[in-house]
Write a new protein. Structure first.
Length: 206
């Protein structure tokens, strides 16, 4: 079991790219960030919710209850307007339960072949749960963009090579991490969460 130092937050994810983004956002504030790979004994949470909110809170609640430390969980995904907001909560497994990022991207491009309407948005619902204290809080962040005809860029993960952000004039995968963290759905959700975290964990908000 991890220690219960209040400055430690466990990210309820095994995704290395996602954990790295949270480290970039949180460590400058003085927090120690760990991810699920640090706790192989933690049970895998079945993401069977119909919304980002349901999945995010479920991951945070179950992980915090097991580890007995504060947990931050997110459920995020890509919502393509022309596909009735698919892949949505199924973004990570769009091409199958064990699908790679490349396979998911390839399926998305096939589904959108010939489509002129390519508007999309990334959504992130971020949930904080401290089972020992009986506290929980959830926020939502979104980033609007367009789906490109082909992948571009080497950074990021998931659908980042296809997601063009007009504000950056590049895809998320072409953006440096600090650029992405200025406008991303996850960063926007985090900015809403930051003051709450500071109050709960006793760290001053900058």
């Amino acid at each position: 079991m991890p220690d219960s130092q209040p400055q430690t937050i466990v990210i309820a994810s095994g995704n290395k790219g996602k954990i790295a983004e949270f480290k970039t956002l949180l460590e400058p504030l003085g927090y120690t960030i760990k991810g699920l790979p640090d706790f192989p004994e933690a049970p895998e949470v079945v993401e069977d919710g119909r919304t980002f909110e349901e999945n995010s809170l479920k991951k945070a609640r179950e992980t915090s209850a097991f580890l007995q430390v504060p947990v931050l969980a997110d459920d995020s995904g890509l919502c393509v307007h022309a596909l009735d907001d698919a892949p949505g909560v199924y973004s990570a497994r769009y091409a199958g339960e064990q699908a790679t990022d490349a396979e998911n991207n390839a399926k998305l491009l096939r589904e959108m072949e010939g489509m002129e309407q390519r508007e999309a948005r990334f959504v992130c619902v971020l949930s904080y749960v401290d089972a020992k204290m009986g506290t929980e809080h959830a926020v939502r962040g979104e980033c609007e963009g367009m789906i490109q005809q082909e992948p571009s860029g080497e950074h990021g993960f998931g659908y980042d090579p296809l997601f063009y952000v007009p504000q950056l004039d590049k895809t998320f995968a072409e953006a440096a991490p600090d650029e992405k963290n200025q406008v991303s759905h996850r960063a926007r959700a985090f900015m809403k969460m930051k003051d709450y975290l500071a109050a709960q964990i006793g760290k001053p908000s900058p």
